[in-house]
Design a protein. Structure first.
Length: 470
């Protein structure tokens, strides 16, 4: 035992993410992928993707696609898999047959009606409903006569005495007495294996050393540990992550309006910002709020996982995204903005990286960056209000002069800046008196970064044509 334990714990780290494709994966779910991925990466181990699709009625290919796309988008790349449980049925059945041959499981013929009656009796007696072991073979015990025409389920012979103990990396020491666990059904009457059994066979076959998953599975863990041991294996290290709550404080779920992960990509969030934000939703490194993917991997371990539920906060997510946007390289940012523009039917050109550099400071998402790039690729429609307020009759002669002078200059920010200053001096105007109307005409809004830089990135003929509309 001790040998096995130390050899497992000295083995290279192998973690897994094992989603059920029964709904579109949301941020709360994907955080359960982030930590095992980060742990494997930080330890030089392997990260395995396993799709738990045995609930055939609720599993869909569309949900699998969102899992794969979402993980690829966030860069949570796996080393092995995806393995699909439905493709491993033969393996589960082999293990079941082996367990049956070794007397680790037994057939139970109790009908659903009998089970219901048993449960009612127990509830009436204020006892916890549980299977009472009627069909469990014991030396010297006479079993009831096998009813005709009934296909039995297979139940696992849970140990009767002692308790299951594990040192959870989040919850600390957890101990559950075996007399609280009844004999779990591990195969249905048609022979198909049940969930907890498949998980254990997979975790053994995939040589998982650390199971990092949501704490909605904590009740399954003692049962799974007993199955591990019956199969002659020491269980992995467990870390059960607290739930992620939505902004209303409810458990994040599709039913409560949680968006599929891929929607955040479409809404203009950056993968590194998402990783940063999600990482902080249940783990900390001192007071650090903004960090790169590499810093996260350098810092991550299982010792600083939080024990209380994280609460999603969209305002904070937008802030984190804005911080990453500001420091992101323009050449890397540009293709992400190009995708947003493409969705609007606009093909970006070589000016896009410079546009990103000019506007990213005032944006929270790549969607907003695409908004700023729009006047460079399509016509602008200044509002009547902005026109009335800024493009007044008094200023029109100055705009006309600026138009004529700009027509003559070399098209770069420095020359444009000098020209603007000359017009201001000649007409005795202050910068905002001219800059605001020019912005309204050229960009459709009076608020922009420095005018010379804004104009220089436009084509000269565009600026001249828009100034003509004064
Ligand atoms: N398939 C389970 C789920 O999506 C996870 C099982 C596990 O991580 O052990 O909740």
């Amino acid at each position: 035992m001790t040998d096995k334990k130390s050899s497992l714990h000295d083995a290279p780290v192998r973690t897994r993410f094992a989603p059920s494709p029964t709904g579109f994966i949301h941020l709360g779910n994907i955080r359960s992928a982030l930590y095992p991925w980060a742990f494997a990466r930080s330890q030089g181990g392997a990260f395995i993707l396993r799709i738990e699709d045995t609930d055939q009625e609720r599993s869909t290919q569309a949900a699998v696609d969102v899992i794969l796309e979402g993980m690829a988008w966030l860069g949570l790349n796996h080393d092995e898999g995806p393995f699909y449980q439905m493709q491993r049925m033969a393996r589960y059945k082999t293990v079941l047959a082996d367990m049956q041959a070794r007397g680790l499981v037994y057939p139970c013929y109790m009908s659903v009606a009998e089970l219901d009656a048993l449960r009612e009796r127990q509830m009436a007696a204020k006892q916890k409903p549980r299977y009472d072991g009627t069909w469990r073979p014991e030396p010297g015990k006479a079993l009831p006569p096998v009813p005709e025409g009934v296909q039995p389920v297979l139940r696992f012979k849970n140990p009767l005495d002692g308790s299951v103990v594990w040192d959870d990396k989040v919850k600390g020491r957890v101990e559950v007495c075996n007399d609280e666990l009844d004999d779990l059904v591990i195969a249905r009457p048609d022979g198909t294996p049940t969930y907890n059994f498949c998980v254990v066979v997979d975790d053994i076959d995939m040589r998982i050393t650390h199971v990092i998953r949501g704490d909605d599975h904590v009740n399954n863990t003692p049962r799974q540990i007993n199955i591990f041991r019956a199969l002659g294996h020491e269980p992995p290290v467990y870390a059960h992550l607290p739930t992620v709550l939505n902004e209303q404080g409810e458990k994040m779920s599709k039913r409560h309006g949680a968006k599929p992960v891929t929607q955040y990509r479409d809404e203009g969030y950056l993968p590194d910002a998402m990783v940063n934000y999600l990482a902080r939703l249940g783990w900390s490194h001192g007071d650090d709020e903004i960090f790169s993917r590499q810093q996260f991997l350098d810092w991550f371990n299982l010792d600083h996982l939080g024990a209380s539920a994280g609460r999603f906060d969209e305002t904070k997510l937008r802030w984190v995204n804005a911080q990453h946007l500001k420091t992101m390289d323009d050449a890397a940012l540009s293709p992400l903005v190009a995708v947003q523009l493409q969705k609007r039917g606009i093909a970006a050109d070589e000016r896009l990286p410079a546009l990103c550099g000019l506007f990213k400071d005032r944006c929270e998402t790549t969607v907003q960056l695409a908004d700023w790039a729009m006047p460079y690729y399509t016509d602008v429609q200044p509002s009547d209000d902005d026109r009335a307020k800024h493009v007044t009759e008094v200023i029109q002669p100055a705009i006309a002069t600026l138009h004529d002078k700009l027509a003559e200059v070399r098209w770069d920010a420095a020359s444009i800046g000098t020209t603007i200053k000359e017009v201001l001096a000649a007409q005795q105007l202050k910068m905002p008196q001219l800059a605001m109307p020019v912005r309204v005409l050229v960009m459709g809004t009076p608020q922009t970064p420095s005018l010379d830089a804004v104009l220089a990135l436009h084509h000269k003929e565009t600026v001249l044509a828009r100034l003509k509309k004064a």
